[in-house]
Ligand binder design. Structure first.
Ligand code: ADP
Ligand code: MG
Length: 313
C-alpha cells in the first residue's frame, strides 16, 4: 500500500476564504493538486465574476440585451442550472436579482432609492435570460437585465474542485468556499463535522460562534446568512440576499443551510430557501428527494426538514 499525507491549505478566491483538506499520495502529487485547485478557482472566477469586465458574465451584461452572445458550454450549463433552481423555487432564486442588486454597495453602506428600485425592478426575471443550447447563444429579452452568479458560483467552484480531486483518485477530503462546503468520503473512518454558525455571534469566540455541528459524509452543505455582507441603517439590516419581487433584502430568517449531493445545487437552494422563508422554503425542500435544510428564524429558533428529525421525537 502506498502511503498518504493530509494536505491542508487555505487561500482567498472569489473574494472569499477557501479551504481544502484532503488525503493525497505521499510525494509531490499533493502539492501539484493544491496548485491545480487554486488554478481552477481562478479560472471559474475569471469566467463568471461580474466584477471583472473581461468575464463572460460581464460581456453578457454589457451586450446581451442588444444582441445574442455566444458563450462557453460551461456557462450555458450553469445558466440552465440557475434557471432550473429559479423554476423549482418559483422565482425566489433569480440571478437577475442583480438588475437591482448591483445598486447596493455594502462597503460604502449605500442602498438604491425607491425610485431606482422601481425603475430597475421589471428587469428582474430569470425568464428574461434566453438560452439557445444549440448555437450556445444567450440573449436578454429586456433592457437593464444584469446577471450575477454570487448565489451559485462558489458552490459550482467547490464541485469542480472536488471533481478534480476525484479524478486524481483522492478519496477523502473537504473543500469550502465561504458558506459552501463539499465532503469527499469520510475523515479516516469518522464523519466530517460541519458547523452551522451562530448568525449573531458577538464575541467570535468558540463558545457562541456555532449553533450546531452536523456529522456528514460524502455530501454538500451550503449556508446562506444575513450576516455575511450587510450594513445597518436605523434598525434595518441591509444585507445581500435580495427578494426578486421587491428588490430589497429579505426579512424573516437569519440563516439557511441546505444539505444535498452537490454544492452547485445546495448553494442555489440555500439562497432560494432564504428568500422563500421558513414555511415555503421547507415545503420546497420536502418535495426534493435527497435534500435537507436547517433554518434559523429571526427569533433564533431552529427548524429542520423531516429527514434531519429524530424519529423518536
Ligand atoms: P454567500 O455564500 O456569499 O453568503 P449565498 O449563497 O448566501 O452567498 O448567496 C448570497 C449571494 O447570492 C449574494 O451575495 C448575491 O450575490 C446573490 N443573490 C442575492 N439574492 C439573490 C437571489 N434572490 N437569487 C439569486 N442570487 C441572489
Ligand atoms: Mg447560495
Amino acid at each position: 500500500m502506498s502511503s498518504t499525507v493530509w494536505m491542508d491549505v487555505e487561500w482567498e478566491a472569489m473574494t472569499t476564504p477557501v479551504s481544502a483538506k484532503f488525503l493525497a499520495p505521499m510525494g509531490q502529487e499533493g502539492q501539484r493538486l493544491v496548485t491545480r485547485l487554486k488554478a481552477e478557482f481562478e479560472r471559474i472566477e475569471a469566467l463568471m465574476s461580474s466584477y471583472r469586465n473581461s468575464s463572460e458574465v460581464s460581456i453578457l451584461n454589457q451586450t446581451a440585451a442588444q444582441t445574442p452572445v455566444a458563450v462557453s458550454r460551461e456557462l450555458i450549463q450553469l445558466l440552465l442550472t440557475a434557471n432550473e433552481i429559479s423554476r423549482i423555487s418559483a422565482g425566489a432564486f433569480d440571478i437577475t436579482y442583480a438588475s437591482v442588486g448591483r445598486f447596493y454597495d455594502y462597503r460604502k453602506k449605500q442602498a438604491p432609492s425607491e425610485a431606482q428600485i422601481d425603475g430597475a425592478l421589471p428587469a428582474i426575471d430569470y425568464r428574461h435570460i434566453r438560452v439557445d443550447p444549440q448555437s450556445r447563444q444567450i440573449s436578454y429579452a429586456h433592457e437593464g437585465v444584469y446577471v450575477d452568479l454570487g448565489g451559485i458560483a462558489k458552490g459550482y467552484a467547490v464541485d469542480r474542485a472536488v471533481e478534480l480531486l476525484k479524478n486524481a483518485a483522492v478519496q477523502q477530503g473537504i473543500i469550502s468556499a465561504g458558506g459552501d462546503t463539499r465532503l469527499l468520503g469520510d475523515k479516516s473512518g469518522s464523519p466530517w463535522m460541519v458547523a452551522i454558525k451562530n448568525p449573531r455571534s458577538v464575541s467570535g469566540n468558540a463558545e457562541d460562534s456555532n449553533v450546531a455541528l452536523l456529522p456528514l459524509v460524502d455530501t454538500a452543505i451550503s449556508t446562506s446568512g444575513d450576516y455575511e455582507r450587510y450594513f445597518v441603517r436605523g434598525d434595518e439590516r441591509i444585507h445581500h440576499i435580495i427578494a426578486p419581487e421587491t428588490g430589497k433584502p429579505v426579512k424573516g430568517v437569519q440563516s439557511v443551510s441546505v444539505i444535498g449531493p452537490e454544492a452547485t445545487m445546495t448553494d442555489g437552494l440555500s439562497t432560494a430557501v432564504f428568500v422563500m422563508g421558513r414555511k415555503k422554503g421547507l415545503a420546497m425542500i420536502e418535495e426534493l428527494a435527497g435534500y435537507e435544510a436547517v433554518i434559523i428564524d429571526d427569533q433564533r429558533r431552529m427548524h429542520f426538514s423531516s429527514g434531519l428529525m429524530n424519529p423518536e421525537q
